[in-house]
Design a protein around this ligand. Structure first.
Ligand SMILES: Nc1ncnc2c1ncn2[C@@H]1O[C@H](COP(=O)(O)OP(=O)(O)O)[C@@H](O)[C@H]1O
Ligand SMILES: [Mg+2]
Length: 346
């Protein structure tokens, strides 16, 4: 696995499932990717494609019906899936910190916000209370909260302010990796961009890395070096963020790109991908995107495509060698309308 010596996190062939009364949800299937030191990696895909499941698995924070069915997760040379709670406790927050989607409830209502941050710093670092407090002030400043607010209780904060406080908390110990699950969706776009920019500057200062989960590719374009595109629990494509967004090689990435305003400001119609993601209790045979893909061939319904190397990354599509032609087609609305017709026919 020592492909790069700056490899920080390496995920290999990860399968994550949930047990429910109807059977087993295969939420993440055979996912592999890596994160380098100092890198911001974007994880993108529609709601329900397995993003949250994947990142919770990294710190073994899955709900009780969730489990890792296969695969390995290396944090440097340490394998996470086999760690016990004590080993995990030492890594969580200190070395890898997580800003979860439900971060709003992560603050304790009975303590002042500032005290919670100070307490957290003191538990993990040998510093004086005064130093911890000035660190808390610094962090509040970074996320755009007035330092006087450190004396407030969580209920005195608006949703957006709570979210900022949670981000401050996640940054408190300069973790090597910050995993952020749609961290700024509660904030308006201008503030989102501003906070992400500040997080990036802070990370760059100590060579920290981030995995940034989002369903919004414009966020990726602004913040990330590399991108992983997920669909139906699988990695469809990954590579350099700008290259993948400029010249996607997977029809699903092409569709995602159509659904967002152009990152270069060029005018175009927004086209959404018709249909809904597959039911992961019973994932489709072949490519998981086949039913919604305007370019699907017979083969795509039988044989699951494997990730193959492209110019600057990897893609799992049987027709990747035609990507340039497909891109031209994918930009037209009628291409995607065809799927609607096909769905009505079958
Ligand atoms: N606790 C759970 N029990 C059963 N299924 C779950 C649970 N959490 C998520 N899932 C299912 O796993 C799949 C992936 O969900 P999730 O990881 O939340 O996706 P995303 O974060 O991309 O929206 C979905 O099909 C979802 O319904
Ligand atoms: Mg999610």
């Amino acid at each position: 696995m020592d492909m790069y010596n700056d490899l920080l996190l390496n995920i290999e062939n990860l399968d994550v499932c949930y047990k429910i009364s109807d059977g087993i949800v295969k939420a993440v299937k055979d996912v592999s990717f890596y994160l380098r030191k100092g890198e911001v990696l974007g994880l993108v895909g529609e709601s329900g494609c397995g993003k949250t499941t994947l990142i919770k698995a990294i710190l073994k924070l899955l709900p009780s019906n969730g489990y890792i069915a296969n695969g390995e997760i290396y944090f440097k040379d340490r394998e996470i899936t086999k760690m016990d709670n004590e080993q995990l406790r030492r890594i969580r927050w200190n070395e890898i910190s997580m800003i979860t989607q439900s971060a709003m409830n992560a603050l304790d209502p009975v303590y002042k916000v500032g005290d919670q941050i100070v307490e957290a710093i003191l538990t993990h670092k040998a510093v004086s209370k005064k130093e911890a407090y000035s660190r808390a002030m610094e962090l509040f400043n970074l996320v755009g909260l007035e330092k006087g607010r450190l004396n407030d209780f969580p209920h005195q904060f608006s949703g957006g302010m709570k979210q900022r406080a949670i981000i401050a908390m996640a940054l408190a110990l300069n973790p090597e990796i910050i995993i952020a699950d749609e961290p700024t969706t509660a904030l308006d776009v201008v503030v989102q961009a501003q906070i992400l920019e500040r997080i990036n500057t802070l990370l760059a200062g100590y060579d920290g890395s981030m995995i940034m989960v989002t369903h919004d590719i414009s966020v990726i374009a602004q913040t990330c070096h590399r991108i992983v595109v997920m669909y139906g629990g699988r990695v469809m494509e990954f590579g350099n963020a700008i290259e993948v967004l400029k010249e996607p090689n997977h029809p699903y990435s092409m569709g995602l790109k159509n659904a967002f305003p152009s990152i270069t400001g060029e005018k175009r119609n927004l086209i959404s991908i018709p249909g809904t993601p597959p039911n992961l209790l019973k994932p489709p045979k072949g490519c998981r995107f086949n039913e919604r893909c305007p370019f699907a061939l017979e083969k795509c319904f039988h044989e699951e495509p494997m990730l193959q190397g492209t110019k600057g990354g990897y893609v799992a599509c049987h027709r990747f060698y035609e990507a340039e032609d497909l891109r031209a087609e994918a930009g037209k609305e009628e291409t995607w309308m065809k799927i609607r017709k096909r769905r009505v026919m079958v």
